[in-house]
Design a protein. Structure first.
Length: 232
């Protein structure tokens, strides 16, 4: 066996040893998923790459058209997210959202417009064996949301629209801990959702009449998000 070949073999072994030692050191310093019983974390949605930002996680989509183009509901109810590990690798999660606003004046030509939206979702995550700093999981979630819109013009009357949405689905995702206590991840949800709404019209000096709007159902990928998890 030639001396040059022996040097080549020795070099390969040295590189392999250094690489293995370096990987072992990196693995030792690697941030580990925090999925132990008693851990708790806030959850945020990461939105946009150009206009980067964080916000609430989606709960349900409300859609109802009133009697006028300016009246109705078309919005995604979002909420603050939180999860708590009641056992190792088992987390209970909850989302809660609320929003209300009003604009205009009932005595004006455009009238006064006010809306109120509420949503809640609860679910469970079951985390599987961690892959280095990544914690894959699957689970299920149930959600409910409701909203109302009120358009009031003193000279014409009032138009109220209400809507509700119910959903249930299974989910799969992952959390990647790039540092201790903070992770980013992604999630898909496959599920069933149904929506219903009604509109009540009260003309000036007249009596109120209510009619049901067409309802809707959907089965498929109901949501997909990129999120951030911050333990506390």
């Amino acid at each position: 066996m030639s001396r040059s070949f022996l040097k080549l073999i020795l070099s390969v072994f040295m590189v392999a040893a250094i690489t293995t030692a370096s990987f072992a050191q990196d693995e030792a310093n690697m941030a580990r998923p925090n999925t132990k019983a008693g851990s708790a974390a806030w959850m945020f949605e990461i939105a946009g790459l150009g206009a980067f930002g964080m916000g609430g996680l989606p709960i349900a989509y409300l859609n109802a058209q009133g009697n006028e183009s300016s009246t109705g509901i078309s919005t995604t109810v979002v909420g603050a997210g939180w999860k708590w590990y009641f056992a190792d690798d088992m987390a209970l999660r909850a989302l809660l959202g609320f929003n209300t606003n009003s604009s205009g004046n009932a005595d004006s030509t455009l009238g006064k417009q006010s809306t109120t939206n509420f949503g809640i979702a609860v679910g469970v995550e079951m985390h599987t064996h961690a892959v280095y700093s990544t914690s894959p999981y699957f689970g299920a979630q149930i959600s409910f949301a409701s909203g109302s819109s009120d358009h009031n013009i003193t000279a014409l009357g009032e138009d109220k629209t209400s809507a509700s949405a119910f959903g249930i689905g299974v989910l799969a995702g992952f959390d990647w801990y790039f540092t201790r206590g903070i992770a980013i991840g992604g999630e898909y949800m496959l599920g069933f959702s149904s929506t219903s709404s009604s509109t009540t019209t009260t003309p000036k000096g007249g009596s109120a009449t209510t009619h049901d709007n067409p309802s809707g159902t959907n089965i498929g990928i109901s949501s997909a998000n990129v999120h951030l998890v911050a333990h506390f």
